[in-house]
Design a protein around this ligand. Structure first.
Ligand SMILES: Nc1nc2c(c(=O)[nH]1)N[C@H]1C(S)=C(S)[C@@H](COP(=O)(O)O)O[C@H]1N2
Ligand SMILES: [Mo]
Length: 313
């Protein structure tokens, strides 16, 4: 098998370059931060959900082992194996999520309320990382719309911001390094969607996968999953959902605006500045596949009518 540039040049390239420029090694720093406190996460318990036949997937799911050992979760380090090695420090309980900003009824939802707020569905989605690989994952959750509706967005609300927990005791890579640049991103990790994207039935508030509670390394206890967008839009371990009038800033866009845009819909015809997005490698397979427009989720196309898809990275 021929290794492609996109197989070996993931997101950290930019971080290495920046670390080099300031004369330190961000990766080395990450390693320091996490030595000593390496604790693997516990095995997640079972979680019941009803398979939703509308969201089956034609291909078999990725092996559970791969989906829980090959992860991007920079709060634990930049290597794919860092999350499973270090995520034992995350404490997913007690946990609550605040829903605030431009809403009539701000909420603070305890994780136990979240688990009961709507019927838990199993939905098999494909997750496509901007780095050029994909997985097929049976997620458990319900539409983010259920939570947004409860909070009653006001007519001014146009966007939704999702924020990951900031706690360096639980996330070793958030410990400030030299120049306040611990771990590489401007913590906390934030992501955002337009309100209509967040309200779309495909956008999933996710609390489990493979019939189990969400493993720490996959974003316990609650994350979002947006299957037609590159994986980095799907923020893990969220503590806040904020409704805003202006487009929210996002962690990857702040780090490298020319490479990670706000929309970031999966699009085979829009290359990443450093690699093509025309094909992808499904984890567990050898031959590359053709990338599908919107990752195959054509039902969202109408959200972008009249917009220049080439500009929606
Ligand atoms: N808080 C947080 N959320 C995150 C990330 C991260 O580093 N931190 N990585 C993103 C990226 S790049 C991808 S591809 C997916 C990976 O999800 P998985 O590990 O469950 O497959 O999580 C996304 N959510
Ligand atoms: Mo990603």
């Amino acid at each position: 098998m021929k290794l492609r540039y996109s197989d070996i040049t993931p997101e950290p390239t930019y971080l290495n370059r920046r670390a080099f420029m300031v004369g330190i090694g961000a990766l080395a720093l990450g390693a320091c931060a996490s030595e000593g406190d390496a604790a693997p996460p516990p095995e997640p318990g079972p979680l019941k959900a009803t398979p939703n036949p509308a969201y089956k997937y034609p291909d078999p799911p990725t092996k559970y082992e791969s989906a829980t050992t090959y992860n991007n979760f920079y709060e634990f380090g930049t290597d794919k194996g860092d999350p499973v090695a270090h995520a034992g420090s995350l404490r997913p309980r007690p946990w609550s999520v605040v829903v605030d900003g431009l809403v009539a009824k701000p909420q603070r939802l305890d994780i136990d309320e979240i688990l009961k707020l709507a019927a838990l569905e199993e939905r098999v989605y494909s997750l496509r990382c901007v780095e050029g690989w994909s997985m097929v994952i049976p997620w458990i959750g319900y539409p983010v719309a259920a939570v947004l509706n409860r909070a009653e967005p006001t007519s001014k609300a146009k966007y939704v911001e999702f924020t990951t927990l900031k706690d360096p005791e639980q996330f070793p890579a958030q410990k400030p390094g030299l120049f306040g640049f611990g771990g590489g991103l401007d913590w906390p990790y934030t992501e955002g969607l337009r309100l209509d994207e967040a309200m779309h039935p495909l956008t999933l508030l996710t609390v489990g996968m493979y019939g189990k509670v969400l493993p720490h390394q996959n974003g316990a206890p609650v994350r979002v999953v947006i299957p037609w967008k590159y994986g980095f839009k799907s923020a893990k371990s969220i503590v806040r959902i904020r409704l805003t009038e202006a487009e929210p800033k996002t962690a990857w866009n702040k780090a490298q605006p020319s490479e990670y845009g706000f929309y970031s819909n999966v699009n085979p015809t829009v290359d990443h500045p450093r690699w093509s997005q025309a094909t992808e490698r499904r984890i567990g397979e050898f031959r590359r596949r053709k990338t599908q427009m919107f990752n195959g989720y054509d039902q969202v196309a109408s959200l972008y009518t009249g917009m220049d898809l080439k500009k929606l990275y």
